[in-house]
Design a protein around this ligand. Structure first.
Ligand code: GLN
Length: 491
């Protein structure tokens, strides 16, 4: 049975179609793996009954020949996606035992296509974080460890549960969201593939909002092909999200394995940071060499406003968060802490319900939006955002097809190792990923090698708006050259 969990999604799809096994068998194998891996704390809620019912339903659809593209495939769902009748908390105490009466569009589309829900995955509280340590359910363990060490490492964040569960073979793929790197950074820390599609490609309806102009859903999977398969089901126009774009969803899988000959790939010099580990430098040039060997042309390019991206992001994102989180007031959702007056009740609830990082963001956000500071901070950050976007547009206008960068400035770090004294230390982890959200572009993280301690490292490819296909083609070249990596089981 264990072997079933190590199949890729594409392989499982084939096995199901050939009736080599049933979805119920595949689902049971994953439920067992989840039970054995509770030490990872990747799932915050297991839904075995629902999973088995969905698997049986998929099996009968497969027999009838109308299974759908993801028929019988067991998936994990980040706890930021509203799931009808199933507790959804954004890993915040303030949502308590909130049970939505509706299903997010993205998950509804996965179920439409036959996928099976195994449970809800851990994440940083309201997706604010880069290590999954801000979750009210506690940190998630990365299935990867440094060679010869049993220090628990973070899986990255905010989609830490998604990345850990996919890497540890607990589910065949997972949903995730990315506001400043939350799909790509955890994918990089766990040797999984994560794609943040173009802003507007997936509906945000039914996803707990963090920073609405930056948030995008996307998949984390074990191969580029699997990510392509999942994105096809997750993407699409939704009238319930006015920022979702009405363009047809291509067959992303067809782009996997397509030639990249003649493509122009930009290497941005501003991403070469002072003090960047030599291993990251090496990985980056190796990646460039692989793409070159596949027929692409590598061009040094400049994205001059890169250095302002992180400070601007940490103004725009908290500003939007402070406004989005105003709705958690003890009246409508989850937690309520009584007080003498209604404003006491609001204050008591918010003080008790939000964790420290969320409170910090709400305060920063309120501050940068307040009269007198709005122009100096928020408006200026918005202008910087336009300049960042323009940098990319100019490169694409010159014929650059995609941009290659490292995904993260380091490999996974230990639980409690970063950000304790200074939150900026943690924010610096997003240095290569936030520009992509600021510009609304698609970005993919693909495992590309390991560091000296045996930890996975990844490269990022950034594409033109709605050109995820090019990212899948280029990502496949990297995956073919680097191979796939699986952690050794210790849990
Ligand atoms: N780490 C970033 C933050 O804390 C990004 C998180 C995300 O993409 N959701 O804001």
């Amino acid at each position: 049975m264990t072997a079933l969990t190590s199949l890729t999604l594409a392989e499982a799809r084939e096995g199901l179609a050939k009736k080599s096994f049933t979805s119920l068998e595949l689902t049971n194998a994953h439920l067992k793996a989840m039970e054995e891996a509770r030490a990872l704390n990747a799932f915050v809620l297991e839904t075995p009954d629902q999973a088995r019912a969905m698997a049986r339903e998929a099996d009968s659809r497969i027999i009838k020949g109308d299974g759908g593209p993801l028929a019988g495939i067991p998936l994990g769902i980040k706890d930021l996606f509203a799931t009808k009748g199933v507790r959804t908390t954004a890993c915040s105490k303030i949502l308590g035992d909130f049970v939505p009466t509706y299903e997010s569009t993205v998950t509804a589309q996965l179920w439409r296509d036959g996928a099976v829900m195994l449970g809800k995955l851990n994440n940083d509280e309201f997706a604010m974080g880069s290590s999954n340590e801000t979750s009210c359910f506690g940190p998630v363990a990365n299935p990867w460890r440094r060679e010869g060490s049993n220090t628990t490492l973070v899986p990255g964040g905010s989609s830490g549960g998604s990345a850990s569960a996919v890497a540890a073979l607990l589910c065949m793929g997972a949903t995730a969201t990315d506001t400043g790197g939350s799909i790509r950074q955890p994918a990089a820390f766990t040797a999984t593939v994560g794609i943040k599609p173009t802003y507007g490609r997936c509906s945000r309806w039914g996803i707990v909002a963090f920073a609405s102009s930056l948030d995008q859903a996307g998949p984390i999977a074990r191969s580029v092909r699997d990510a392509a398969l999942l994105l096809r089901s997750m993407a699409g126009h939704d009238p319930k999200d006015t920022t979702s774009v009405d363009t047809p969803v291509p067959d992303y899988e067809a782009a996997v394995g397509k030639s990249v000959k003649g493509m122009k790939i930009g290497i941005p010099r501003e991403y070469r940071l002072d003090g960047m580990p030599a291993e990251i430098e090496k990985l980056w040039s190796e990646g460039a060499a692989w793409l070159k060997a596949a027929g692409a042309e590598l061009v040094e390019v400049s994205l001059p406003h890169t250095k302002y991206a992180l400070p601007a992001y940490y103004i725009v994102a908290p500003a939007e968060a402070s406004s989005n989180l105003a709705r958690y007031d003890g009246v409508r959702y989850g937690l309520r802490v009584p007080g003498g007056s209604i404003s006491d009740m609001y204050e008591n609830t918010r003080a008790a319900g939000f964790g420290a990082e969320v409170r910090r963001r709400v305060m920063i956000g309120t501050y940068v939006l307040s009269a007198g500071y709005y122009d100096a901070y928020y408006l200026r950050a918005q202008k910087v955002r336009t300049l960042i976007k323009r940098d990319f547009e100019e490169l694409f206008a010159k014929g650059i097809n995609a941009i290659l960068t490292p995904a993260t400035p380091s490999a996974a770090f230990g639980v409690g190792e970063k950000g304790g004294g200074d939150p900026v230390e943690m924010y610096l982890n997003d240095i290569f990923t936030v520009t992509v959200n600021m510009a609304g572009l698609p970005g993919i993280a693909v495992p590309a090698g390991k560091d000296a301690q045996g930890l996975p490292l990844a490269l990022q490819l950034i594409g033109k708006p709605f050109d995820e296909e090019t990212l899948f083609s280029l990502g496949e070249v990297i995956e073919q050259a680097a191979g796939r990596f699986t952690p050794e089981r210790w849990w």
